[in-house]
Design a binder for this molecule. Structure first.
Ligand code: UD1
Ligand code: F6R
Length: 371
């Protein structure tokens, strides 16, 4: 049932304040008179000791689920102190990459049925790793075959392009990072800030959804383009990959997410006055580096669309010469949840304006159960 919406993708983008709320329901706890804050993940409580003792954590997934894991990687590294490595399921299988008993392998999948991810799970089980699932589908093959896990509880996702599952996966993995990190005095202020940020996140997403019309106007400008680049780094490298994936898969426009730190190692050659480029430059520890990326792209006459934090338009638009998308500022590790929303809206409107099927992009299936 699409309710007041024309397409499932549109409905699922707009229901993210609610889906994020259900992902967190019962899992964020404020305890006692001192109001100490903590995270409770029922499915993992008997496994944290093993996870903390592991030698590394591997994230394994495909497509959007891989991108969500990439967004959560920095906070998991920071709070757990463990090395976190990323694996696209098919590539792990192609290489038969080494996995050990001392590893914790985290399988991220909306459907819980993706063939590559499932086969990678069998492979990790054979090699003796502790296998953890992050899934949206109770009773799915990945939920059943992992040792333990977290249901993201985002509700059924029907649009082939994953939207609300992506943001709920990031939130579930941020909670995973908080839970693995445990309560130490040294990181208490950081943890409290993230937990407060999680409580407020649905409101911030509601706020960023107000950019709908602005994104429709932008889509109108980009309707006839051949290609769109998206530059990000740090927490928002994942936003660049995921924004580009949405544009590619539904609007059927070539789009590439690029790690901004790699700009000079090739992509800069593509820049001219015609190719539209989105640069994600919200406030975090990478901000000044992104400012310098903007300057360098501008010096090559790049057609820039800059995503920045509210109030920062003047610091990024180089005297008003580039288009700006202002988004609410949240805790750095949660910023990818806010930043993807305008790009989801852009992909949606581009698709409708270009006359393509939003909910069933050509050649794609919701759940990829064959290799
Ligand atoms: C569980 C209940 C929830 C209830 C809550 C009350 C289920 C599915 N969830 O949620 O309805 O409100 O207790 O305390 O009944 N698991 C895996 N792999 C996965 C995902 C999950 O093995 O990929 C396992 C978990 O380890 C856990 C079980 O499935 O044993 C349920 O996981 P989850 O729904 O995340 O647990 P709770 O949040 O505790
Ligand atoms: C993109 C998309 C796909 C899936 C991928 C993995 O919007 O939906 O890239 O993310 O096929 O699917 P799951 O998460 O079900 O394993």
């Amino acid at each position: 049932n699409k309710g007041k919406y024309e397409h499932y993708m549109q409905k699922e983008i707009h229901e993210q304040p609610e889906s994020l709320t259900t992902t967190m329901r019962g899992r964020l706890i404020r305890r006692g008179s001192c109001k100490s804050k903590t995270v409770l993940l029922g499915g993992l409580k008997d496994h944290f000791k093993t996870i903390r003792r592991s030698r590394r954590i591997l994230f394994i997934g495909c497509g959007t689920s891989y991108n969500a894991a990439l967004a959560a990687r920095p906070i998991l590294e920071e709070l757990s102190g463990l090395p976190v490595t990323m694996e696209i399921a098919s590539d792990l299988l192609d290489r038969q990459g080494p996995i050990y008993r001392e590893d914790t392998a985290v399988f991220v999948s909306q459907s819980g049925e993706t063939a590559d991810t499932l086969q990678a799970l069998d492979y990790a089980l054979e090699n003796g790793a502790l296998c953890v699932g992050i899934t949206n589908t109770v009773g799915s093959a990945i939920a059943r075959n992992t040792h333990c896990g977290v249901h993201i509880n985002a509700g059924c996702e029907i649009g082939v392009a994953s939207t609300k599952a992506y943001t709920s996966q990031i939130v579930a993995m941020a909670m995973l990072a908080l839970a693995i990190g445990g309560d130490t005095i040294s990181n208490q202020a950081r943890r409290d800030a993230i937990i407060d940020g999680l409580y407020d996140l649905p409101n911030k997403v509601r706020e960023v959804l107000k950019l709908d019309q602005e994104m429709k106007d932008l889509a109108q400008l980009l309707i006839a383009e051949q290609s769109l680049l998206v530059f990000g780094r740090g927490y928002n490298y994942a936003t660049a990959l995921e924004g580009a994936l949405k544009v590619k898969e539904v609007a059927l426009m070539h789009s590439e997410g690029i790690l901004a730190g790699e700009m000079k190692h090739g992509p800069l050659a593509l820049v001219d006055e015609n190719l539209p480029i989105v640069v994600i430059a919200t406030r975090d520890s990478c901000f000044s580096k992104q400012q310098s990326v903007i300057q360098q792209l501008h010096a090559r006459k790049g057609r820039l669309i800059v995503m920045c934090s509210q109030g920062d338009a003047a610091s990024v638009s180089l005297g008003g010469s580039c288009r700006v998308i202002e988004v609410p500022l949240v805790e750095d590790c949660l910023q990818p949840v806010v930043n993807i929303v305008p790009l989801q809206l852009l992909a949606y409107h581009l698709t409708v304006l270009r006359g393509f099927n939003v909910d069933q992009p050509r050649n794609l299936a919701k759940s990829v159960t064959t290799q």
